[in-house]
Design a protein around this ligand. Structure first.
Ligand code: SF4
Ligand code: SF4
Length: 192
Protein backbone atom coordinates (compact mmCIF):
# COMPACT_ATOMS: atom_id res chain seq x y z
CA UNK A 1 0.00 0.00 0.00
CA UNK A 2 1.27 3.50 -0.82
CA UNK A 3 2.63 5.22 2.29
CA UNK A 4 2.66 9.00 2.46
CA UNK A 5 4.44 11.18 5.02
CA UNK A 6 1.26 12.22 6.80
CA UNK A 7 1.03 10.54 10.20
CA UNK A 8 -1.89 8.83 11.89
CA UNK A 9 -2.06 11.53 14.59
CA UNK A 10 -2.19 14.23 11.93
CA UNK A 11 -5.20 12.56 10.33
CA UNK A 12 -6.81 12.29 13.78
CA UNK A 13 -6.28 16.02 14.38
CA UNK A 14 -7.65 16.83 10.91
CA UNK A 15 -10.78 14.76 11.54
CA UNK A 16 -11.30 16.54 14.89
CA UNK A 17 -10.94 19.96 13.27
CA UNK A 18 -13.34 19.12 10.44
CA UNK A 19 -15.84 17.60 12.91
CA UNK A 20 -16.50 21.15 14.12
CA UNK A 21 -17.50 22.64 10.76
CA UNK A 22 -20.02 22.00 7.99
CA UNK A 23 -20.64 23.58 4.57
CA UNK A 24 -23.90 25.33 5.48
CA UNK A 25 -25.56 26.67 8.65
CA UNK A 26 -28.12 23.85 8.32
CA UNK A 27 -27.96 20.16 7.34
CA UNK A 28 -27.60 20.44 3.55
CA UNK A 29 -28.55 16.76 3.21
CA UNK A 30 -32.11 17.84 4.01
CA UNK A 31 -32.42 19.70 0.67
CA UNK A 32 -31.16 16.92 -1.61
CA UNK A 33 -31.96 13.69 0.26
CA UNK A 34 -28.25 13.43 1.12
CA UNK A 35 -27.44 12.87 -2.56
CA UNK A 36 -23.68 12.59 -2.02
CA UNK A 37 -24.19 9.86 0.59
CA UNK A 38 -25.99 7.49 -1.77
CA UNK A 39 -22.81 5.74 -2.82
CA UNK A 40 -24.19 2.30 -2.02
CA UNK A 41 -27.37 2.89 -4.04
CA UNK A 42 -25.64 4.55 -7.02
CA UNK A 43 -22.98 1.86 -7.04
CA UNK A 44 -25.61 -0.64 -8.19
CA UNK A 45 -26.24 1.39 -11.38
CA UNK A 46 -24.49 -0.12 -14.42
CA UNK A 47 -21.33 1.78 -15.33
CA UNK A 48 -21.04 3.66 -12.04
CA UNK A 49 -18.29 2.74 -9.63
CA UNK A 50 -18.99 4.97 -6.66
CA UNK A 51 -16.70 5.49 -3.72
CA UNK A 52 -13.83 7.62 -2.49
CA UNK A 53 -10.10 7.20 -2.21
CA UNK A 54 -8.33 7.45 1.10
CA UNK A 55 -5.28 9.70 1.02
CA UNK A 56 -1.92 7.97 1.49
CA UNK A 57 -1.74 6.91 5.16
CA UNK A 58 -5.36 7.76 5.99
CA UNK A 59 -6.17 4.05 6.26
CA UNK A 60 -4.19 3.91 9.54
CA UNK A 61 -7.11 5.40 11.48
CA UNK A 62 -9.73 3.03 10.06
CA UNK A 63 -10.65 -0.54 10.94
CA UNK A 64 -10.92 -2.69 7.83
CA UNK A 65 -13.40 -5.02 9.53
CA UNK A 66 -15.80 -2.16 10.26
CA UNK A 67 -19.00 -3.20 8.41
CA UNK A 68 -20.21 0.31 7.45
CA UNK A 69 -17.40 0.59 4.86
CA UNK A 70 -16.33 -1.82 2.14
CA UNK A 71 -12.75 -1.70 0.97
CA UNK A 72 -11.19 -2.14 -2.47
CA UNK A 73 -7.54 -1.93 -3.38
CA UNK A 74 -6.76 -0.10 -6.65
CA UNK A 75 -3.47 -0.15 -8.50
CA UNK A 76 -2.09 3.37 -9.11
CA UNK A 77 -1.03 2.42 -12.65
CA UNK A 78 -4.43 1.08 -13.57
CA UNK A 79 -6.31 4.10 -12.19
CA UNK A 80 -4.29 7.01 -13.58
CA UNK A 81 -2.54 8.42 -10.53
CA UNK A 82 0.59 10.61 -10.69
CA UNK A 83 3.85 8.79 -11.56
CA UNK A 84 5.07 9.24 -7.96
CA UNK A 85 2.29 6.89 -6.85
CA UNK A 86 3.70 3.38 -7.09
CA UNK A 87 1.50 0.71 -5.55
CA UNK A 88 -2.04 0.29 -4.30
CA UNK A 89 -4.57 2.77 -2.89
CA UNK A 90 -7.66 2.11 -0.83
CA UNK A 91 -11.02 2.91 -2.45
CA UNK A 92 -13.90 2.95 0.04
CA UNK A 93 -17.63 2.56 -0.37
CA UNK A 94 -19.87 3.54 2.52
CA UNK A 95 -23.32 2.10 3.12
CA UNK A 96 -25.29 5.34 3.41
CA UNK A 97 -26.39 7.75 6.15
CA UNK A 98 -28.25 5.19 8.31
CA UNK A 99 -25.02 3.28 9.00
CA UNK A 100 -22.57 6.19 8.78
CA UNK A 101 -20.05 6.53 11.60
CA UNK A 102 -19.74 10.28 11.36
CA UNK A 103 -16.60 10.53 13.47
CA UNK A 104 -14.82 8.31 10.94
CA UNK A 105 -15.98 9.91 7.70
CA UNK A 106 -13.06 9.88 5.22
CA UNK A 107 -11.41 13.17 4.36
CA UNK A 108 -12.82 13.23 0.84
CA UNK A 109 -16.32 13.15 2.33
CA UNK A 110 -15.56 15.85 4.90
CA UNK A 111 -14.21 18.38 2.42
CA UNK A 112 -16.87 17.87 -0.29
CA UNK A 113 -18.15 19.91 -2.18
CA UNK A 114 -14.80 21.72 -2.17
CA UNK A 115 -11.81 20.79 -4.26
CA UNK A 116 -8.24 22.01 -3.66
CA UNK A 117 -6.14 23.25 -6.58
CA UNK A 118 -2.57 24.52 -6.85
CA UNK A 119 -1.91 27.61 -8.95
CA UNK A 120 1.32 28.27 -10.82
CA UNK A 121 3.03 31.61 -9.90
CA UNK A 122 2.20 33.20 -13.27
CA UNK A 123 -1.20 31.56 -13.68
CA UNK A 124 -4.28 33.77 -14.03
CA UNK A 125 -6.50 33.43 -10.98
CA UNK A 126 -9.74 31.69 -11.96
CA UNK A 127 -12.98 33.48 -11.12
CA UNK A 128 -14.35 30.29 -9.62
CA UNK A 129 -12.10 30.44 -6.56
CA UNK A 130 -14.02 30.30 -3.28
CA UNK A 131 -11.14 30.70 -0.87
CA UNK A 132 -7.46 31.55 -1.11
CA UNK A 133 -4.94 33.21 1.18
CA UNK A 134 -3.28 36.16 -0.53
CA UNK A 135 -0.32 35.06 -2.63
CA UNK A 136 -0.67 31.39 -1.70
CA UNK A 137 -0.57 28.74 -4.43
CA UNK A 138 -3.39 26.79 -2.79
CA UNK A 139 -7.00 27.68 -3.60
CA UNK A 140 -10.39 26.07 -3.06
CA UNK A 141 -13.01 25.78 -5.75
CA UNK A 142 -16.25 23.86 -6.03
CA UNK A 143 -15.79 20.20 -7.01
CA UNK A 144 -15.75 20.32 -10.80
CA UNK A 145 -15.54 16.71 -11.94
CA UNK A 146 -18.73 15.13 -13.35
CA UNK A 147 -21.05 13.66 -10.70
CA UNK A 148 -23.91 11.17 -11.14
CA UNK A 149 -26.14 13.33 -8.90
CA UNK A 150 -26.87 17.04 -8.48
CA UNK A 151 -25.42 18.83 -5.46
CA UNK A 152 -27.62 21.92 -4.85
CA UNK A 153 -24.69 23.79 -3.32
CA UNK A 154 -22.56 23.38 -6.44
CA UNK A 155 -25.49 24.00 -8.79
CA UNK A 156 -26.40 27.28 -7.11
CA UNK A 157 -22.81 28.32 -6.26
CA UNK A 158 -24.05 28.68 -2.69
CA UNK A 159 -22.13 30.82 -0.25
CA UNK A 160 -20.50 28.35 2.13
CA UNK A 161 -19.83 28.82 5.84
CA UNK A 162 -16.66 30.82 6.36
CA UNK A 163 -15.42 28.50 9.13
CA UNK A 164 -15.85 25.49 6.81
CA UNK A 165 -13.83 27.24 4.09
CA UNK A 166 -11.11 28.29 6.53
CA UNK A 167 -10.81 24.86 8.20
CA UNK A 168 -10.77 23.01 4.87
CA UNK A 169 -8.13 25.37 3.53
CA UNK A 170 -5.98 24.89 6.64
CA UNK A 171 -6.25 21.11 6.27
CA UNK A 172 -5.19 21.07 2.61
CA UNK A 173 -2.43 23.59 3.31
CA UNK A 174 -1.00 21.14 5.80
CA UNK A 175 -1.57 18.06 3.64
CA UNK A 176 0.22 19.44 0.56
CA UNK A 177 3.46 19.32 2.56
CA UNK A 178 3.26 15.59 1.85
CA UNK A 179 4.84 15.23 -1.63
CA UNK A 180 2.44 12.48 -2.71
CA UNK A 181 -0.66 14.46 -1.76
CA UNK A 182 0.81 17.51 -3.44
CA UNK A 183 1.31 15.54 -6.67
CA UNK A 184 -2.26 14.31 -6.47
CA UNK A 185 -3.71 17.81 -6.03
CA UNK A 186 -1.55 19.22 -8.79
CA UNK A 187 -3.34 17.01 -11.28
CA UNK A 188 -6.70 18.63 -10.56
CA UNK A 189 -7.95 20.78 -13.40
CA UNK A 190 -9.70 24.15 -13.15
CA UNK A 191 -12.63 25.19 -15.35
CA UNK A 192 -12.05 28.90 -15.87
S1 SF4 B 1 -25.05 16.69 -2.37
FE1 SF4 B 1 -24.38 18.77 -1.76
S2 SF4 B 1 -26.17 19.65 -0.72
FE2 SF4 B 1 -26.48 17.43 -0.79
S3 SF4 B 1 -25.65 16.65 1.17
FE3 SF4 B 1 -24.01 16.52 -0.37
S4 SF4 B 1 -22.87 18.46 -0.11
FE4 SF4 B 1 -24.87 18.74 0.88
S1 SF4 C 1 -19.15 8.64 5.02
FE1 SF4 C 1 -21.19 9.12 5.83
S2 SF4 C 1 -21.48 11.32 5.36
FE2 SF4 C 1 -19.78 10.57 4.08
S3 SF4 C 1 -20.68 9.96 2.11
FE3 SF4 C 1 -20.64 8.12 3.44
S4 SF4 C 1 -22.64 8.09 4.44
FE4 SF4 C 1 -22.36 10.16 3.63
Amino acid sequence: MIKGKTRKNTYRAIYRLLDRVSPMPFDCGSICGAACCMIDELDREPGLDMGMYLLPGEDKIHQKKDPWLSWESHSSQEYDFPPSFQGELFFLKCRGPALCKRALRPLQCRTFPLQPILLEPDEAVPETILYREAGCELALIYHNAPLPYACPLIESSARLNEDFLRATYLVWKHLIRDPLIRDWIRREKVDK
